[in-house]
Design a protein around this ligand. Structure first.
Ligand code: AMP
Length: 185
């Protein structure tokens, strides 16, 4: 099954761009942050536990995230159309689990690159529940520690592309579609 991944700091605009890419290329947009927020809103036990972790800006444990994504990837829409993962993997452990899932081909990992100062300003303006100055700082710190090594992991596999995330939404979208058309198998 066709698999795309979008990486980038929180506040890089990857959620918005991911929705547009999914629509353009007919793949299913899977945002693990959205899935966790939906579980929180439904008040499931997993959702409530996740909320405390999210509000602190920490990462939900790998085994929980891997189980959630593995289940989602087995659904018929994903099996038929392929996927665009947004917010997963966030650690090398998650990436290794994803690569080992049955029938999953990782075609392209896109790093939507926006510098720290710019994403901080964008997140403060957006004002989500977990967008407190402390929460933002913690998430960015974790991003550098846990997620940046993923870039090297994808690069070693020859599927990493970097796209400049500065500019208007349409400009960035054009850059993204260009690399997907060229880069994906
Ligand atoms: P996001 O919407 O991608 O910024 O995710 C919001 C929050 O959900 C993160 O700060 C984490 O607490 C949690 N989360 C989302 N995806 C993952 C993941 N793949 N691994 C661990 N935690 C995650």
């Amino acid at each position: 099954m066709r698999g795309l991944i979008i990486l980038g700091r929180q506040g890089s605009g990857k959620g918005t761009q991911a929705e547009r890419i999914a629509e353009r290329f007919g793949v299913v947009h899977i945002s693990t942050g959205d899935m966790l927020r939906a579980a929180t809103a439904e008040g499931t036990e997993m959702g409530l536990r996740a909320k405390a972790i999210m509000d602190a800006g920490d990462l939900v444990p790998d085994d929980v995230m891997i189980a959630i994504v593995e289940e989602r990837l087995q659904k018929p829409d994903v099996q038929a159309g392929g996927f665009l993962l947004d917010g997963f993997p966030r650690t090398v452990g998650q990436a290794e689990a994803l690569a080992a899932f049955d029938g999953v081909d990782l075609d392209l990992a896109i790093n939507l690159d926006v510098p720290v100062e710019e994403v901080t300003a964008r997140m403060l303006a957006r004002g989500r529940d977990d967008d407190t100055p402390e929460g933002i700082a913690r998430r960015l710190e974790l991003y550098e520690a846990e997620t940046a090594p993923l870039l090297a992991w994808f690069e070693e596999r020859g599927i990493l592309v970097v796209v400049d995330g500065i500019g208007t939404e349409d400009h960035v979208f054009d850059r993204l579609t260009a690399v997907i058309v060229v880069g994906a198998k």
